[in-house]
Write a protein that binds this ligand. Structure first.
Ligand SMILES: C[S@@+](CC[C@H](N)C(=O)[O-])C[C@H]1O[C@@H](n2cnc3c(N)ncnc32)[C@H](O)[C@@H]1O
Length: 296
């Protein structure tokens, strides 16, 4: 089937939801949703067909089973099916509704009209293939941190968004008043999605540069160190990237780092300290945390 997607559905105890989201993210799933079913949750996720073989899906189901057994929870029921692109998009549209985040943002699916009577900043998104719809706790924590950081409309602020996914954080920063953002992602599909999100929100290409790559790509693109770095990737990736982040920072540069499970916060904080950064605040949501960091 051309342009087919795996639709993965997992019926689980609600307490397992966060671990399952994490597993799915590491597996490479693009869109994730969850629906409450009594005391259980039905977690849905999507993955381009070419990215996983049936054997990979079976291995994923096994890992989820082991995760549940480790914490004495009922074993989740996992099933998968191939669906075509059109069905995938329709499924998304059913799941995805406008969502308020923090005090300022309203994430609005692109197929719905822009709400007229809202005092919130409307951020339009398509159900693209990239991570970053605002559903995930880590994205929410980053947007809320940006709200606090950019509360005073700092017009000259330049930020780097490492692992931009849909571009949600860069766009959020620009809508809050940042002058420019450099958004990078190693996934070409994310780069395409972020450029589409930029156009959807009427942001000029000069204000939001989107390129494939990572921190080293930002270093090539910028003329001067950035004022802020947002990075919502998994802890182990952030740990590897911290030394490179120092190279694109100046003494006043701040960072908003998320994608970090609570029990991985210490190694991230240790690596930050070793590289001349300090954790100024740590925000928690579910099993995740978001670090607001600054240079020492
Ligand atoms: C959890 S998503 C975050 C998306 C979006 N920024 C958000 O906050 O919702 C992480 C993104 O980081 C990208 N990524 C993973 N490792 C990376 C790396 N070493 N450098 C740059 N991007 C990376 C992934 O492709 C993915 O799009």
């Amino acid at each position: 089937m051309a342009n087919s997607w795996w639709e993965i559905q997992i019926l689980c105890d609600s307490a397992l939801e966060e671990t399952i989201f994490w597993r799915l993210e590491v597996f490479g799933c693009r869109g994730m949703s969850s629906e409450v079913k009594g005391y259980s949750s039905l977690v849905g996720a999507y993955l381009p067909q070419e990215q996983a073989h049936v054997l990979d899906l079976a291995a994923l189901a096994l890992a989820l089973r082991q995760d549940a057994l480790c914490v004495g929870m009922p074993i989740p029921a996992v099933q998968w099916d191939l669906i075509d692109e059109e069905d995938w998009s329709i499924t998304w549209k059913e799941h995805w509704q406008p969502q308020e985040i923090g005090d300022r943002f309203l994430i609005n699916p692109a197929w719905l009209p822009i709400p007229e009577h809202t005092d919130r900043i409307v951020l339009q998104l398509e159900p693209g293939v990239a991570f970053g719809t605002g559903d995930h706790a880590t994205t929410q924590l980053c947007l809320e941190s940006l709200e606090m950081r950019l509360g005073n409309n700092e017009a000259d602020l330049i930020i780097a968004d490492v692992g931009c996914g849909s571009g949600i954080l860069s766009i959020g920063a620009i809508l809050l008043g940042a002058k420019k953002a450099y958004a990078v992602d190693i996934d070409p599909l994310a780069v395409k999605a972020a450029r589409e999100s930029r156009d959807l929100n009427g942001i000029a290409a000069e204000r939001l540069t989107v390129e494939q790559g990572s921190v080293d790509r930002v270093a090539e693109l910028i003329d001067a160190p950035v004022d802020g770095i947002v990075c919502n990737i998994l802890a182990e990736v952030i740990i590897d990237l911290i030394p490179q982040m120092t190279a694109i920072a100046k003494p006043e540069t701040w960072g908003v780092f998320s994608g970090i499970l609570l029990d991985q916060a210490k190694p991230v904080a240790d690596t930050l300290e070793e590289n001349g950064w300090v954790v100024a605040a740590l925000w928690k949501r579910q099993d995740w945390c978001c670090m607001n960091v600054r240079r020492t």
